[in-house]
Design a protein around this ligand. Structure first.
Ligand code: ZN
Length: 156
C-alpha cells in the first residue's frame, strides 16, 4: 500500500489516481501540468509585449532630447514659480515616468537645485510635450535649468 499525495489515505501500490480524491499521483499524468506548459509561451509573449524585456536606458538617448523654456509664472504669492518647458523627443520611442532636476541660478552662479518626478507625464515618439515644474522661490534666481535625470520607455 502507498498513501495518496493529496489526501493521505491508503491507496493501491502503483495507482496513478487516488480512488478517494481523484488526485493524480505522478505529476506528468496530471493534465493541469500541460495547460501550464501551454500557457507559458503566452505569458512570455505578454511580458515581452509589455516591454518588460525591452526597457531602454535613458542615458543612451539623452542627447536626442531638446529642452526649451516656454514660460515662467509666479505662483502662491511668489513663494514658488511654475516653469513650463517644451520637451522634444527625437527618438523613435515613447517615454514616460520622468525624473528631473531643476537648477536655479543667478548670472551663472548656482543657487539651488531640486529633484522631482512626474510619473503621469508621457511623450510620444518624434514629438513635443510640455512639462510644467514647480520650483520653490530662491532669492536672486533668474534662470532655471531643467535636467532630465531619467525616463522610462516601453517597447512602442
Ligand atoms: Zn487522495
Amino acid at each position: 500500500m502507498q498513501t495518496c499525495k493529496s489526501c493521505r489515505k491508503e491507496i493501491e501500490n502503483g495507482a496513478t489516481k487516488c480512488s478517494y480524491c481523484q488526485a493524480h499521483q505522478n505529476w506528468y499524468k496530471n493534465p493541469q501540468i500541460y495547460s501550464v506548459v501551454f500557457m507559458l509561451p503566452l505569458f512570455i509573449f505578454m511580458y515581452w509585449n509589455m516591454g518588460l524585456f525591452n526597457n531602454k536606458d535613458f542615458s543612451d538617448f539623452e542627447s536626442e532630447f531638446t529642452l526649451t523654456e516656454e514660460k515662467v509664472i509666479d505662483t502662491n504669492g511668489s513663494k514658488a514659480k511654475l516653469i513650463t518647458y517644451k520637451v522634444k523627443n527625437n527618438t523613435e520611442y515613447k517615454w514616460n515616468r520622468i525624473s528631473y532636476e531643476v537648477v536655479s541660478s543667478h548670472n551663472g552662479e548656482l543657487l539651488a537645485s531640486m529633484v522631482d518626478s512626474n510619473y503621469a507625464w508621457v511623450i510620444q515618439p518624434n514629438s513635443e510635450s510640455l512639462l510644467t515644474v514647480e520650483v520653490a522661490f530662491v532669492p536672486k534666481a533668474n534662470k532655471w535649468q531643467l535636467i532630465i535625470k531619467d525616463l522610462k520607455s516601453d517597447r512602442f
